[in-house]
Design a protein around this ligand. Structure first.
Ligand code: ADP
Ligand code: TRP
Length: 329
């Protein structure tokens, strides 16, 4: 039997996932559990750069675990675990820090954005070193592919760069170079204002939020002011762009026809988008609600996931320690 390739990804626990998270990362990652050796984790170390409340942190970890299970992650096939259950990633972060130039980190989008917002004094070292921790997350599992949205491509390039610096510096192929796996149609899902959907922009559609809230978010999608009776252009409308990502081909063709014919308002289109989202996501919401409080079950899934990945970590760290001359032989 040929060895399966490994798919690895992580996501910060930050509450209800938005449609960009789901279509850009969660759904593609879960689908890869069919053909890949799948490792996915809750990035609580990364979340620590902003979350400073232990009760909230644990709740967010359980919530994110419940979302993945509700969306179809199969713990029999994929390993789902908590980043901090593998503390060796912080050891590897240090080792990689020693081959990472300051200039590389100064060019990171997230750090640059925080600095440009004038937050220089408040930026903690964790934010600055975030890409090294992420490189460590990926490299410590000998990952082949990393399913993510387009905004993470820079981090993947940095990861490859850092791995090459390590391999070059210590003269060997110790760390495997991973590839980003970005799905073109959902690389950048638009938010209600047409920009990239992101927690930072307050333009979210959260499909597992209560139906009333979800409907309100859909109704907030910005459109132009073409009157109801007049024909409209489906090619320049965020409602249609989003509908294309969740409806089937016939439904999209019908909506485009309605736009061109006129007598069909943006309100009608938004209602159809809402109904499509609701019928697709309501079963996931129900499943999520049924498991989110079951701490014992969720801890069991996370512990089992960590146990599954630990042998790989030991193997890779052994390579890293030998290559760099640290640790006991
Ligand atoms: P946010 O930008 O809202 O803070 P995160 O950085 O937590 O989102 O992203 C988590 C995952 O979801 C990443 O893999 C990211 O690439 C993906 N993602 C986030 N927003 C989008 C989007 N609008 N379109 C596609 N993928 C996205
Ligand atoms: N930086 C990613 C995000 O903001 C989360 C993340 C942390 C990650 N470590 C990772 C993603 C390793 C892929 C692989 O969404």
């Amino acid at each position: 039997m040929t060895k399966r390739k490994r798919s690895l990804s992580g996501i910060k626990p930050t509450g209800s996932p938005h449609l960009g998270n789901y279509l850009g990362m969660i759904q593609p990652a879960i689908e890869l559990q069919e053909d890949y050796d799948a490792f996915y984790f809750v990035a609580d170390y990364h979340a620590l750069t902003t979350v400073k409340d232990p009760v909230k942190m644990r709740r967010l970890v359980y919530e994110l675990t419940s979302y993945f299970l509700a969306f179809g992650l199969d713990p029999e096939r994929a390993a789902f675990f908590r980043q901090s259950d593998i503390p060796e990633v912080t050891e590897l972060t240090w080792v990689l820090s020693c081959v990472t130039h300051m200039g590389l980190l100064e060019r990171a989008h997230a750090y640059k954005a925080a600095r440009d917002r004038g937050e220089q004094k408040e930026i903690n070292h964790g934010v600055f070193t975030y890409p090294v921790l992420m490189a460590s997350d990926i490299l410590i599992y000998d990952s082949d592919v990393v399913p993510v949205g387009a905004d993470q491509i820079q981090h993947l390039e940095m990861t490859r760069d850092i791995a090459q610096k390590f391999n070059g510096g210590f003269d060997g192929k110790f760390l495997k170079l991973p590839e980003a796996k970005v799905r073109k149609d959902v690389a950048t899902v638009p938010g209600t204002d047409g920009r990239k959907m992101s927690k930072s922009y307050d333009n979210l559609i959260e499909p597992l939020a209560a139906p009333k809230k979800l409907r309100k978010q859909v109704m907030q999608i910005e459109t132009d002011s073409t009157p109801l009776d007049e024909p409209k252009n489906p090619d320049t409308c965020t409602v249609v762009d989003l509908y294309k990502l969740v409806a089937d081909g016939d439904e999209v063709a019908q909506m485009e026809k309605n736009y061109r014919a006129g007598g069909y308002g943006y309100g009608h289109a938004k209602q159809e988008l809402f109904e499509t989202l609701e019928s697709r996501f309501a079963p996931y919401r129900e499943k999520y609600e049924s498991i989110r409080e079951d701490q014992e079950y969720l801890e069991k899934i996370l512990a089992r996931g960590a146990d599954r990945v630990r042998p790989i970590v030991e193997e890779v760290m052994d390579r890293v320690r030998r290559a760099s001359g640290i640790g006991r032989v």
